[in-house]
Design a protein around this ligand. Structure first.
Ligand code: NAP
Length: 254
């Protein structure tokens, strides 16, 4: 095993976009430590696929909403890094984990609002704060936002507002961590065929067609459209990309 492999921590890689990111990173020779929330069986499958590429991997349970669990999470993470990766540092943090909620602005409850802000900004904020402590200089953070911060689709006010906050956070991370050579960027996917939102973009054929017709490249996004871009941002070729929002939507809603 290559001892010089860099290590990425990817949140929410048991399924969907995170899984594709984790596999793509592994293909590029980056070791992957990833998290799942409830679907351990899916995490086992992700790990099996990663191992096909000869890179090291491990996974841990994490609920990104539960910031009071982060101290214990990082204790488990550090044990895992030491035992499985023979290091106590990571190089990349990909803040991907999360779900949406469907509610109009007028119809959003306080619980729905809190859930979106806890998952997409508070959890990301404090997880990143701790991760920075163990990140090597010249590392990178990639925060997953959404096309919904550029265009509006009714029913996503709280979700999109929280994603907007993570885009601002990204700039501050870049500004305050640049002295260590750490970059921070946003990848903002358009609609992608995953389990997100109950799998509606993938499984509702009418909606899928409408989205395809509103996309310059004429189809709906796939997880592999996103994983490759995240992986690129973890390479040396992307070393001068910092504090940017990169939308990866095939030209949706132009
Ligand atoms: P997905 O297929 O539903 O997968 C969600 C992943 O996040 C799973 O690994 C899940 O773990 C984990 N997760 C969910 N809630 C969590 C929590 N509270 N704490 C920790 N982990 C949690 O969704 P996806 O489409 O891959 O979405 C990934 C990211 O992309 C999200 O941030 C989402 O907002 C963003 N995004 C998605 C789309 C899209 O159209 N799909 C578009 C723009 C942005 P378990 O498997 O254990 O449940």
């Amino acid at each position: 095993m290559n001892k010089l492999n860099k290590i990425a921590l990817v949140t929410g890689a048991s399924r969907g976009l995170g899984k594709n990111m984790a596999i793509n990173l592994a293909k590029k020779g980056i070791d992957v430590l990833f998290t799942y929330q409830s679907k351990e069986e899916d995490a086992i499958e992700t790990a099996k696929e990663i191992e096909k590429y000869g890179t090291r991997t491990a996974f841990l349970q994490l609920d990104i909403q539960n910031t009071s669990s982060f101290k214990q999470f990082f204790e488990r993470l550090e044990t895992c890094l030491r035992d499985k990766f023979q290091t106590n540092h990571i190089d990349f943090l990909i803040n991907n984990a999360g779900t949406g909620t469907y509610a109009t602005f007028q119809g959003t409850t306080e619980d729905q609002f809190d859930s979106m802000f806890n998952i997409h900004i508070k959890g990301v904020y404090f997880l990143s704060q701790s991760a920075i402590e163990i990140m090597n200089n010249e590392g990178a953070i990639i925060n997953i936002s959404s096309g919904l911060t550029r265009f509006c689709t009714e029913g996503y006010a709280a979700y999109a507002a929280a994603k907007g906050a993570v885009e601002i956070l990204t700039k501050y991370q870049a500004a305050e961590l640049g002295f260590r050579g750490i970059r921070s960027n946003v990848v903002a996917p358009g609609p992608i065929e995953t389990d997100f939102g109950g799998g509606i973009v993938r499984d509702n054929k009418d909606l899928n067609q409408i989205i395809a017709s509103q996309t310059a490249l004429g189809r709906v996004g796939l997880p592999s459209d996103i994983g490759s871009v995240v992986t690129f941002l973890c390479t040396d070729e992307a070393k001068w990309i910092n504090a940017q929002r990169i939308e990866v939507s095939g030209g949706y809603y132009l």
